[in-house]
Design a protein around this ligand. Structure first.
Ligand code: C2E
Ligand code: MG
Ligand code: MG
Ligand code: MG
Length: 281
């Protein structure tokens, strides 16, 4: 089992839970239990309109509220969930929860925003993925126009397991797709042109380097220009400083996300933001 999981993933999880002597089987087991005991929760991070500084949407981010260890970051448990396949039910839970919450906020008369939900490659590859998403929207009553699904570049371009056709049928229902961590994988530009991608999320490593690295600024400008000419929206991830924000706004980046505006927030805290609807920049 340990070999199967790969050393890196194992190590990722190690500092949090393995010190208690938990083996991998136990880790898998505790993820199972976490799902059954409803120990997962979502936090929401605002996505800001670069032009107006107003909130334009939110990304739902998974957390595990461990009864003893407190809040555990997805980076610690998602690799294990991926390897064991548990990411499929966990991811479906996250999708359902995000849609349910978004609909509840709409019904409470708060601004109707779109929610972005991260998808694992394993979810999309499931034969019944389209049906699952359709059912979640039906059950929660959320209009498809308020859902963005975030996929990574490498999933988008594999072409295997009918990923292309699944994405196309979800798009035809009104769901939009974002390419997450853009720039860290291998997107063919040709793919962006023929494929219904709505948004590119520029990986935060590019944003982090804006200040010191001249080449990086050039690359960022080129990505933004490319997206404009393909009529694709751009979200910059990991915006932490005013300088980064200014640069991105100046060069026509359409949306911004990062600690400069807000960290991911609990449902209750995010609701306060929705009520106050502040101008972030
Ligand atoms: P991601 O989808 O690229 O999400 C953005 C990550 O960057 C989040 O980390 C967010 O908290 C963090 N972030 C946002 N602004 C800043 C900033 O200004 N500076 C820095 N340093 N970080 C910032 P988080 O919440 O720990 O999530 C990590 C990754 O876990 C996500 O990266 C995503 O790949 C994955 N993930 C989260 N929720 C889910 C889920 O429901 N399903 C799946 N399959 N993956 C998820
Ligand atoms: Mg994401
Ligand atoms: Mg990202
Ligand atoms: Mg990521």
């Amino acid at each position: 089992r340990a070999k199967e999981l790969g050393k890196n993933n194992y190590q990722l999880f190690t500092p949090e839970l393995e010190e208690a002597g938990a083996g991998l089987l136990e880790l898998e087991n505790s993820l199972h239990k976490a799902l059954a005991r409803e120990e997962f929760e979502l936090q929401y991070q605002p996505i800001i309109h670069a032009e107006t500084g107003m909130i334009s949407g939110m990304e739902a981010l998974l957390r595990w509220r461990h009864p003893v260890r407190g809040l555990i970051s997805p980076e610690k448990f998602i690799p294990i969930a991926e390897e064991t396949g548990l990411i499929v039910p966990i991811g479906e839970w996250a999708l359902r929860e995000a849609c349910k919450q978004t609909k509840a906020w709409q019904e409470a008369g708060l601004p109707s925003l779109a929610v972005s939900v991260n998808l694992s490659p394993r979810q999309i590859k499931k034969h019944n993925f389209v049906e699952t998403v359709t059912r979640v929207l039906d059950d929660t009553g959320l209009d498809a126009a308020y859902l963005y699904l975030e996929i990574t570049e490498n999933v988008a371009i594999t072409g295997e397991d009918n990923v292309d056709s699944k994405i196309k049928s979800l798009c035809s229902m009104g769901i939009r797709f974002s390419i997450d961590d853009f720039g860290t994988g291998y997107t063919a530009i040709n793919y962006l042109k023929r494929f219904p991608v709505n948004t590119l999320k520029i990986d935060r490593s590019f944003v982090a380097d804006i200040e010191e690295n001249h080449d990086q600024r050039g690359i960022l400008k080129a990505i933004i220009a490319l997206a404009h000419s393909l009529k694709i929206e751009i979200v910059a991830e990991g915006v932490e400083t005013d300088d980064q924000c200014d640069f991105l706004r100046q060069h026509g980046c359409t949306k911004l996300q990062g600690y400069l505006f807000s960290k991911p927030l609990s449902t209750q805290h995010f609701e306060v933001i929705l009520r106050e609807n502040p101008q972030f920049c």
